[in-house]
Design a protein around this ligand. Sequence first.
Ligand code: FAD
Length: 408
Amino acid sequence: MESDRHPANSDSTAIPPVVIVGGGFAGLYTALSLAESRRHPPILLIEPQERFLFLPLLYELLSGELRRWEIAPRYDALLAGKGVGWLQDRVDRIDASQRHVHTAAGRSLPYRRLVIASGGCPEFFGVPGADIHSLGFRTLDDVERLQQLLEKLRRSARPLQRLAVVGAGPTGVELACKLADLAQGCAVIELIEQGPTLLPQARAFSREQAEKALRQRDVRLRTHTAVTRVDADRLHLCCRSAPEGDGLQPAPEELLPIDGVIWTAGLSFRPPLISPDPRRDRRGRLCCQADLSLVDQPAIFVAGDLAHLEGPDGDPLPGTAQVAFQQAPLLAANLLHSLADEPLETFQWKDLGEMLSLGQGDACLTASGLTLAGPAAFRLRQLAYLSRMPGLAHTLRVAAGWLADWKP
Ligand SMILES: Cc1cc2nc3c(=O)[nH]c(=O)nc-3n(C[C@H](O)[C@H](O)[C@H](O)COP(=O)(O)OP(=O)(O)OC[C@H]3O[C@@H](n4cnc5c(N)ncnc54)[C@H](O)[C@@H]3O)c2cc1C
């Protein structure tokens, strides 16, 4: 294995571990993949949350179609007996020259190789009030708050109750469909998008199915509409209508009364402070090489949403679980290569298609030339995600639960 002894560790007999910062799709699956190797080094996962969250199935947790333990297994259960240590803490600072991470709880820990996979956080684009008055949709707490709000709206049932979802990317569209089903007519769902269309990156079939699902549920889609301010009970909107001439003209501001707003409009990136400061893109993502190592820092690797890595068309790869999931085994292999002073492999992204949850019991998918929508797509989507659950033991537990619930 590795021969490079770092000065920071020279007086210690213990071998510093491979440290993985963040236990999301990129970090957790890299740790599990690395632990499968018979010659794996000590592995330490640093993650502040108690539970891993399978984000693509968060809509089904909101609707009660899936249970909390299924999509949010505890790290201690997932990692038991796997040879991966888990530290429930947050990394604040990385000293790349000393090869140490510093945590919020005041620990200073050496590493031999480091993986930064701390993902992103909601971006409010400086819109006043957005961070104070909006709900998010990324955590178990977000789901609980949204369930409480829905319950309140169903119980009070005043006329013209309204929920607004800001951002018509996949999360906004999927959430709007689920909310419309759950509101059971007690609230109008508004989906607000500043661009010209919903799902700008999606395939035509997915967009058509999403439009159909929104129409069927009376979700009001407003495109060309920017939220300029969020108050507790209303949104300030700037609608830009297409004029006869060229370009879009701003129209007067509109006020939209709301009973709640869910912000799904973007992600920003605030990884731990790193010295020396590495190269980032304009959104704050860390620029890495095709082998997932950080530019100029061969002992540090980046994966998942936080990694800026160009695809074959020169555009950065999308921030999806699918990309993170594919990066994990390659990164695990490269960590071993790097420790053994072997050449590293390059990451090749393979687009496996896309799936959207479109309300209760409804979904669409496109993969390998196949397109499918409706209840069959909903079931297939769940099965596809079952095969992506972390660890065999958890996968089997979830499968057993679904089989027990199955009514032919
Ligand atoms: C509601 C929703 C639905 C989605 N649906 C899909 C889908 O259908 N298909 C798809 O491909 N993608 C989907 N995505 C996107 C996908 O979930 C992300 O691309 C994926 O989670 C990225 O993985 P990651 O490991 O980079 O980051 P994350 O999953 O965000 O994990 C980052 C982890 O790092 C931890 N962390 C953060 N800061 C620190 C720190 N300083 N120290 C230690 N730990 C830290 C966090 O607690 C978190 O656990 C969805 C996202 C959302 C929000």
